[in-house]
Design a protein around this ligand. Structure first.
Ligand SMILES: Cc1ncc(COP(=O)(O)O)c(C=O)c1O
Length: 463
């Protein structure tokens, strides 16, 4: 196992970043040769006097960049080709906010340590052994029929959606579903004025613009998106997160749901429903999806990214028949469809109850983690207002006026929390706020993390 020289300036903050820079440098300059095993994250954390979470974050970053490889049971090693790849100068490859926009952990990500490997493997094995040889050919770009059948049943049962297998298109996640739907809508109209929630996921903005949409921000308040303000915009479609607004966590109120559907009916506009984390509801009765209220006007997009893992890149779009067919055709023309074996595996996983079972287990665990985080915040940082925790995998924290949200998020990340400032998600400036993911924060570590945050932020007039 490698003994490592990792200089850290604790006063400077950004500890995970400092560790990543030191390790990357050691690999590039051959001080850590290909195949060399790195210390376990717990050991390196103890050596450096930092929390294990920051070492894990640094390792994950370098795995994502290809410098390290990590295998269950055999630890983390320097990637075989890492040193042979001539590296661009550090100045151009230091991890920046922009680098991290599209990969790595998000506040909405699940705990991947709980991925049901054995049960997923059983479904994969079933798929590979049971499907006929012809099924390995190019599949229907709309998705394999068995999966569409299972998903339609699941969405009707769990999300009160009004879907038929024929109206479903299997895609590589909500992101690809939105891209395809917008591609079709913008091509038809020669552009698309698209209402978006303010604030919204800043990661979606490049996707929406690339698909040709012109964004029209609409404010979000305690009831969700402000439909009266939406009526003042010349929008032909609206992208919303009714089950759990991202990032505020607000659930769209019954009155606003009705008003939004009425707007779509009056204007002939399309509502794009991003149902990204709807499986996780904790305190309130399940809220059905908007699509179930108005299947002729709403396009529902969902995925297994929060329920299972984002890396599977499996999702769905449920759309009115004619639009579903156009999306299916576009998918075929653009790239011939999603991988087939994984679709059969997901169909098997759904059919045999693996999906429901995993969700039940995770819901219980995430509720414990959320309660621990919220309890610790109430006790140690009562100045912080916690919102949006009835559902999903992140909490929205309104910070006291004097706090800098960027520094708060960085301090939280140093403590092993997944945190992001809300500023980049806003179209209109607002008060300081951060989102914090609790899915990967074990309940027993919540208090220590929050106390650490209190100490780090003590210079910012928190008392
Ligand atoms: C609000 C929101 N919508 C959509 C997505 C993307 O989901 P998918 O992995 O299904 O493309 C995310 C991922 O973090 C998200 O936060």
């Amino acid at each position: 196992m490698a003994d490592l020289y990792v200089p850290i300036d604790h006063a400077r903050g950004g500890i995970a970043g400092q560790i990543a820079v030191a390790l990357r440098d050691a690999v590039r300059h051959g001080r850590l040769e290909p195949g060399r095993r790195l210390p376990a994250s717990r050991d390196l954390a103890a050596d450096l006097g930092v929390s294990r979470g920051v070492v894990v974050e640094a390792y994950e970053q370098l795995v994502a960049e290809g410098f390290l490889v990590s295998r269950v049971g055999s630890g983390t090693h320097v990637a075989p080709a890492a040193a042979r790849t001539p590296a661009p100068s550090p100045a151009t490859t230091a991890p920046t906010g922009a680098d991290r926009t599209f990969y790595g952990h998000r506040a909405t990500s699940p705990d991947l340590g709980h991925f049901p490997r054995e049960r997923w493997l059983a479904s994969l094995r079933h798929a590979v052994t049971a499907i006929p040889s012809d099924a390995f050919d190019y599949g229907d770009p709309g998705g394999v029929p068995e999966l569409r059948e299972e998903l339609a049943g699941y969405l009707r049962r769990v999300r009160a959606a009004d879907v038929d297998p024929a109206n479903l298109v299997i895609v590589g996640g909500v992101a690809q579903g939105l891209s395809l739907v917008l591609h079709v809508l913008t091509q038809r109209a020669g552009g698309l004025p698209l209402a978006v929630e303010d604030p919204a996921s800043h990661r979606q903005v490049p996707l929406l613009r690339r698909a040709g949409a012109r964004l029209l921000p609409v404010p979000v308040d305690d009831e969700g998106v402000d439909v009266a303000a939406l009526r003042d915009r010349p929008a032909r479609a609206a992208l919303v997160t009714p089950a759990h607004q991202y990032p505020t966590g607000v659930v769209l109120s019954p009155g606003r749901r009705a008003a939004l559907v009425e707007w779509a009916q009056d204007t002939g506009a399309t509502v794009l429903e991003d149902d990204y984390d709807a499986e996780f509801r904790f305190d309130r009765d399940p809220v059905g999806c908007l699509q179930g209220l108005a299947p002729g006007h709403v396009v529902l997009s969902g995925s297994v990214s929060k329920a299972l893992a984002p890396g599977l890149r499996l999702g769905w779009v449920a759309a009115p028949a004619e639009l579903a067919e156009a999306v299916r055709r576009a998918r075929g023309e653009l790239d011939l469809g999603s991988p087939v074996v994984e679709q059969y595996a997901l169909a098997h996983f759904l059919r045999t109850g693996g999906y429901d079972k995993h969700l039940r287990q995770m819901r219980r665990e995430y509720r414990r983690r959320r309660d621990a985080l919220v309890g610790a915040l109430a006790e140690h940082l009562p100045q912080v207002r916690v919102r949006g925790i009835e559902a999903g995998l992140h909490a929205y924290l309104d910070l006291p006026a004097g706090w800098d949200e960027g520094r708060t998020a960085e301090a939280a990340r140093d403590l092993g929390l997944v945190a992001e400032p809300v500023g980049p998600m806003r179209f209109t400036p607002g008060g300081p706020a951060v989102v914090v993911g609790f899915a990967r924060l074990p309940a027993h570590r919540a208090e220590e993390s929050v106390i650490g945050l209190k100490v780090r932020m003590s210079g910012q007039n928190i008392d």
